[in-house]
Design a protein around this ligand. Sequence first.
Ligand SMILES: Cc1cc2nc3c(=O)[nH]c(=O)nc-3n(C[C@H](O)[C@H](O)[C@H](O)COP(=O)(O)OP(=O)(O)OC[C@H]3O[C@@H](n4cnc5c(N)ncnc54)[C@H](O)[C@@H]3O)c2cc1C
Ligand code: SF4
Ligand code: SF4
Length: 425
Amino acid sequence: MTSSTPTERLYDIVEQGLCIGCGLCESVAGRETVSMMKVPSGYQHPVVIGQLEHSTVDTIYDVCPGTRVDGMPDAHITEGTSIDPVWGPWRRIALGWAGDPAVRYEGSTGGVLTALAQYLLASDRVDFILHVRASTVEPLFGEPTLSFTEADVMAAAGSRYGPTAPLLNVHDVLDRGQPFAFIGKPCDIGALRNWARHDPRVDELVRYWLTPVCGGWGTPTFAASFLDRMGVDPDELTGFRYRGRGCPGPTRAETADGSVDAHYLDYWGDDASQWSLPWRCKICPDGIGEAADIAASDAWPGGSPTREDSVDDPGTNAIIARTAVGQELMEAAERDGALVLEREIGPAEMSEYQPHQVRKKLAVSPRLQGIADESRVVPRYSGLRLDELAAGQSVEVNTAQRDGTRERIRKGKATEATPKPIGSS
Ligand SMILES: Cc1cc2nc3c(=O)[nH]c(=O)nc-3n(C[C@H](O)[C@H](O)[C@H](O)COP(=O)(O)OP(=O)(O)OC[C@H]3O[C@@H](n4cnc5c(N)ncnc54)[C@H](O)[C@@H]3O)c2cc1C
Ligand code: SF4
Ligand code: SF4
């Protein structure tokens, strides 16, 4: 029996760096009880504003992607599905791009997720797409949106590398009773899959699950430092586009006075060691979207673009069809011209494009052990082969990951302030 209050228990998730800001807890608790808001650290987190009960927090712990991460539900692993130790369930992996050059151009990489979402609407397979677009309130953020037309989908193209809560209004979305597709990061997909165990409407209404492969997004401090380097006052910012319009396309900060462009590498740095990510992303058990029908990634050898090669790059996605539903969609979209598939690849080539994902997948199990050593909340996980992957590593490597995690926690690098509204005492 815990002596913590329900609010303290919810805040443990945030304070221990496990909240990625998906918004599901606001839906679970009700917006009169928990409100997702920008907090003084610059993140978007749940703040308790009403009477929160232990039973509600129990449910949140069962569905929050900070506390529970599962792989593909067994029912979707069917004949013809292979399980790669690192890359998980897959049926086909191919390089490709959107059939419409305008979509390929506008998209983050090759516009595959936008093209698939448009195809789902055009072929009447779903009534709308639940995904995100650039926030209309906080230029660095994303915000949930429902796209009913191909133009709506196009307007939401591009990756958002800032706080983004796609599941904020998921109860309202399910209340519509209409079939839809969900595009969200792997943690968002996991959260909604978790919610499916509590709400049967999820499996009934979510017909397609699509995800970007995800290495994480920039911390608020990282984004602020970028704006500072660009000479842009954050208070003057009216719009922000992280990438897209070519691959990766310009990172563009807009103010009333005009816009400033930078290269993707000016934002992220020249290699993965320079990325400043939320703690949850550093210990992410699934950045590759194991529970999605289709996961789409970049296809840059070594994991990053070069300044030279990316000048005129029209964008090529690596596309993983994980389920029979995903494979059928991929093939139908190719047949009808929504997608161009260039050639088949396999897990080994994926690893060449995503060395950071491979490194993280191997490191997660000992990192989670390090969290347990420090008596913190440890995300439960299943179906992701994490312990088996760590068992293939040397004891020295695993110990270094485990001890490094403990050290970061002790230094406060995995701790966030208690969430509260900006301006409150
Ligand atoms: C936070 C983040 C980290 C990423 N890390 C990697 C990586 O490590 N390796 C890699 O290969 N690729 C990564 N990507 C994926 C890559 O940036 C492209 O999104 C992917 O290749 C799909 O490209 P596309 O052209 O098909 O996307 P588009 O056609 O532009 O479609 C993108 C779709 O993703 C949705 N979306 C955008 N941002 C978010 C968000 N923050 N949360 C939820 N949904 C969102 C949009 O609503 C849109 O529907 C990352 C993407 C994101 C958002
Ligand atoms: S990750 Fe999502 S469900 Fe978990 S605490 Fe954060 S916003 Fe709530
Ligand atoms: S790295 Fe993991 S936790 Fe972070 S945004 Fe991506 S899927 Fe979510």
